[in-house]
Design a protein around this ligand. Sequence first.
Ligand SMILES: NC(=O)c1ccc[n+]([C@@H]2O[C@H](COP(=O)([O-])OP(=O)(O)OC[C@H]3O[C@@H](n4cnc5c(N)ncnc54)[C@H](OP(=O)(O)O)[C@@H]3O)[C@@H](O)[C@H]2O)c1
Length: 337
Amino acid sequence: MRLLVIGGTAFVGRAIVADALARGHKVTTFNRGLTGQDADGVEALRGDRSTDAGLRELTGRSFDAVIDPGGLVPAHVLRTARAELAPFYAFVSTTAVYRSWTTAGTDESAPTWPGVPDEDGDPDLARLGVRKRGCELAVEQTFGPDAAVIARAGMIVGPHDNVGQLPWWLTRIAQGGRVLAPGDPDRGLQLIDVRDLSAFVLDQVEARAGGIHNVVPDEPNTTMGHLVDDCAQATGSTAEAVWVDEGFLFSQGVQPWAELPLWIPDGPATAGFWAVSGASAKAAGLRTRPVAESVRDTWEWLRSGGEVRLTPGAAPFGIAGEKEQQVLTAWDARSVV
Ligand SMILES: NC(=O)c1ccc[n+]([C@@H]2O[C@H](COP(=O)([O-])OP(=O)(O)OC[C@H]3O[C@@H](n4cnc5c(N)ncnc54)[C@H](OP(=O)(O)O)[C@@H]3O)[C@@H](O)[C@H]2O)c1
């Protein structure tokens, strides 16, 4: 197929380009040339999707499908969707479009944030759910339900990660010593490898199968405890995880997610966070690899010089070493009372 990938040089887009080339497709990428290198073997076009004039290089071109992995601004997505470049459009969205995490089994019919398909402006990660829903609407309204696939990805891991949660855990555990670990080691997580997400998107594009899918493993596919063990195994570290009660972490001012990545505190408001329904993607052919493989390959990438290059506007993850030690010391003192 002749595929146009908007972006294609960071994380998800990069994986889609690599897989598409491996499948023998003819790939054109379109980006500003700021974020990363285009893969060998693509036709690389330059432009800025944020203005009409920026799409000039695409004028008159036609493809079998447009793949839009990184769209963050609805008006930008609307512009590419309306550019009459292809009869099929694939958009990578996020489960952050859902309004609530109170129940397990959130499927594609659950209420979403009210996005606006022509909302313009700079990317705004603080309003990610609203913005991505606006992007989805831009695609849905232009292509209809049958000629567009919307892949609502859950937490993505794997090589070239540009968010940084798993890389932080790997790097911290590789340093060794006593590692502050959040809450219950048996808390389930749902992680999707970027290569499995990419394969799913390409499978739908090749089949021209429209639809909306949560792209998550059908069931939680690891636990926080197993993930920490996988990180120790991959890095060959003898670090000792110290599992600290969530209430105690709060009392010490430790921030969930931001300071201890992937930590979503247990409670009624978050009961469904790591239990999203992946039934529709599974039925459409999603295959997922073991998390240990994602962990190993991410470490291999970091070890061979890979660096997390954060999406513009994103904050880095991880607790400061000094604060971690203070919390561990306080936890030890509390434990012996
Ligand atoms: N990480 C997660 O856990 C997670 C979870 C759920 C969903 N997601 C979604 O997954 C997607 C990840 O995308 P990605 O960043 O990995 O995609 P990507 O396609 O690999 O990278 C983003 C691309 O967009 C290009 N770009 C940015 N602004 C542009 C502009 N104005 N005009 C043209 N090109 C532009 C960048 O290149 P230049 O800067 O050189 O232009 C870059 O190539 C996001 O949509 C995110 O919301 C992520």
